[in-house]
Write a protein that binds this ligand. Structure first.
Ligand SMILES: Nc1ncnc2c1ncn2[C@@H]1O[C@H](COP(=O)(O)OP(=O)(O)O)[C@@H](O)[C@H]1O
Ligand SMILES: [Mg+2]
Length: 270
């Protein structure tokens, strides 16, 4: 039986100003799963990811990781979190130092750390940016740099908050391909997003949060994303392909452009 990468039980959190972000949330994710947390702005996605990353203390409930009984702090070599605002993750003088930071904290030797930085810089097209201060980078560049920094520890569990916000089309493929490679190698991925179109590209399971931070649906991507009424009810637009096929009263809507092309060709043949 697969090990659980994380188990959150009865998780609650409120901000000091009285905002109740999460109230009694339960979530179990198996090792190797690719899960999207989908919900409108303010649903509590970022709050949930920061709690799962151990960056905030829950008001109630608990999170356990890899069935180890250890805290997220004790598992810094296995868990990485990339926050919604990438600058929150980039606090060194240069991008290179940010990429070296994680491996240095884990005591990885300098030579191996340098190899990792070079490989990540090439993978995320950061070579020309390594000596720049992170705050001088564009939004999309910062996001790629923060993701590369998170991956520098080679985590088993990556918690990723809106991974392609601000990223242009070409680099979006770069990011998605990089995530595919990691998940194919066994990494567990949890991605938060308000964008249903992104979900089929990063996940096979989707957890939908409503505005009150409650889970209103948890299931396979196809089942959940073809339920347009449920998504609209929580304030999320259904994927554009689903919307188009449903409005045209065509059943079994495609979730990817490749599938859509195939369906349209089949229709053309009829
Ligand atoms: N530091 C904070 N202080 C007070 N309220 C906050 C703070 N951060 C977030 N919130 C509130 O908590 C709720 C959940 O926010 P967040 O987790 O950022 O949602 P999401 O990521 O789904 O857009 C929102 O109502 C937001 O306004
Ligand atoms: Mg957020």
């Amino acid at each position: 039986m697969a090990v659980n990468a994380l188990t959150a039980r009865d998780l609650s959190f409120g901000y000091p100003d009285g905002t109740a972000a999460l109230d009694g949330l339960d979530l179990t994710i198996e090792a190797g799963e690719r899960v999207a947390i989908l919900g409108p702005n303010g649903a509590g996605k970022s709050t949930l990811l920061s709690l799962l990353a151990g960056l905030r203390e829950p008001a109630g409930g608990e999170v356990s990781y890899f069935e180890t009984g250890k805290s997220a702090d004790d598992l810094r070599d296995r868990i990485a979190h990339c926050p919604q605002a990438p600058v929150d993750y980039l606090f060194n003088a240069t991008v290179r130092e940010d990429l070296e930071y994680g491996p240095a904290q884990l005591g990885i030797d300098r030579r191996e750390a340098e190899e990792r930085v070079d490989a990540l810089a090439a993978e995320f097209a950061l070579e020309g940016l390594l000596d720049k201060p992170p705050f001088r980078l564009s939004g999309g560049e910062q996001r790629r740099a923060a993701l590369a920094a998170a991956l520098s520890v080679e985590p088993d569990l990556l918690l990723l908050d809106e991974p392609v916000a601000d990223v242009d089309a070409g680099h979006r493929e770069t990011v998605l391909d990089a995530l595919d490679r990691r998940t194919e190698a066994g990494m567990t991925l949890v991605v938060s997003t308000p964008d249903a179109d992104l979900v089929p590209q990063v996940a096979h399971r989707v957890v939908v949060l409503d505005r009150a931070g409650s889970i209103v649906r948890d299931g396979p991507v196809r089942d959940v994303l073809t339920d347009g009424d449920l998504l609209r009810d929580v304030g999320v637009s259904p994927p554009q392909l689903v919307e188009a096929f449903q409005r045209a009263e065509l059943d079994n809507p495609p979730l990817t452009v490749t599938d859509a092309v195939e369906r349209l060709r089949d229709l053309d043949d009829c």
